[in-house]
Design a protein around this ligand. Structure first.
Ligand SMILES: C[S@@+](CC[C@H](N)C(=O)[O-])C[C@H]1O[C@@H](n2cnc3c(N)ncnc32)[C@H](O)[C@@H]1O
Length: 263
């Protein structure tokens, strides 16, 4: 009987996996991976059999059952199965179901954390999620309920919404219903951690304007204290462009190519 290691691959670029994760991955016999993870990660485990179980191939609960069965089947045949997940396995990663399936089959498990999208977004956009004196709490929230309904909440000084990228207009309305004032700073960061990451600044009222810029890209929405730009005499990154449609919304290309040399 083998072991299943759940490893967080981080939000994008392969160099955001942890050292512990990379070392364990290098010993894998089989890797079941999400669609979001960087193909360059394969170079860390060229000996392993790589199986794509991302959402493109497997949807909803049937897909999850299939993934659970694959995990158990392979772990019975080899020493080490790695379940490589985008971001952190414990954050919106269906880890509970997969741990339970492994436990029911009597298999040993290990979980290696990864950089979740909210943290990569905060780093890339240089927006600290907590602020001394004003931002004491952070909430990671999925905007989608299990039934596929969009919901917003106001539970922390900074609330980071996952899985809302396709419905920013509706999220703006829900945020107002949840009690966020219209002028609250709101940042959208897509493909955080990738060289082509983008972030744009809005308010709760103008959030819908981010839809076109971030269309088709995984995105998180940071609302509240942690979305506020840090005060400084010059822009955080080398390249700052104005969105053509709305001068009030500052759009920052946060990718390395766009950054230019750091001051
Ligand atoms: C199923 S959740 C997985 C979250 C993942 N386990 C994590 O810790 O980041 C997928 C959602 O995460 C967010 N996401 C994933 N990768 C992202 C990235 N590179 N940039 C921004 N958001 C991302 C998006 O909101 C996407 O809809």
């Amino acid at each position: 009987m083998g072991t299943i290691a759940f490893i967080g691959a981080g939000p994008g670029a392969a160099d955001l996996i942890t050292l512990r994760g990379a070392r364990l991955l290098a010993r894998a016999d089989v890797v079941l991976h999400d669609a979001l993870t960087d193909p360059a990660l394969r170079e860390l485990a060229p000996q392993a059999r790589w199986i794509d179980v991302g959402k493109r191939g497997f949807c909803d609960s049937t897909g999850q059952t299939t993934i659970n069965a694959l995990l158990v089947r392979h772990a019975r045949e080899v020493n080490l199965v790695v379940r490589l997940k985008g971001g952190d396995p414990s954050v919106f990663g269906r880890l509970e179901e997969e741990l339970e399936a492994a436990a029911a089959a009597g298999l040993a498990t290990e979980v290696v954390p990864g950089v979740t999208a909210a943290l990569a977004a905060a780093a890339g956009s240089q927006r600290p999620l907590t602020r001394r004196g004003t931002g004491r709490s952070v909430s990671l929230t999925t905007a989608m309920t299990r039934a596929g309904e969009l919901r917003a909440s106001r539970t922390a000084d900074t609330e980071v919404f996952y899985m809302a990228g396709r419905q920013l207009g509706a999220l703006s309305r829900r945020l107002r219903e949840a009690g966020w004032p219209e002028g609250t700073p709101t940042a959208v960061v897509s493909r955080a951690g990738w060289p082509d990451a983008l972030h744009s600044d809005h308010t709760v009222a103008t959030l819908a304007q981010a839809s076109v810029l971030h269309a088709g890209r995984p995105a998180v929405v940071i609302v509240g204290c942690g979305a506020r730009p840090v005060r400084r005499g010059h822009p955080a990154t080398g390249k700052v462009v104005r969105a053509a449609s709305d001068d009030a919304n500052e759009v920052v290309a946060a990718g390395q190519d766009a950054l230019g040399p750091r001051p």
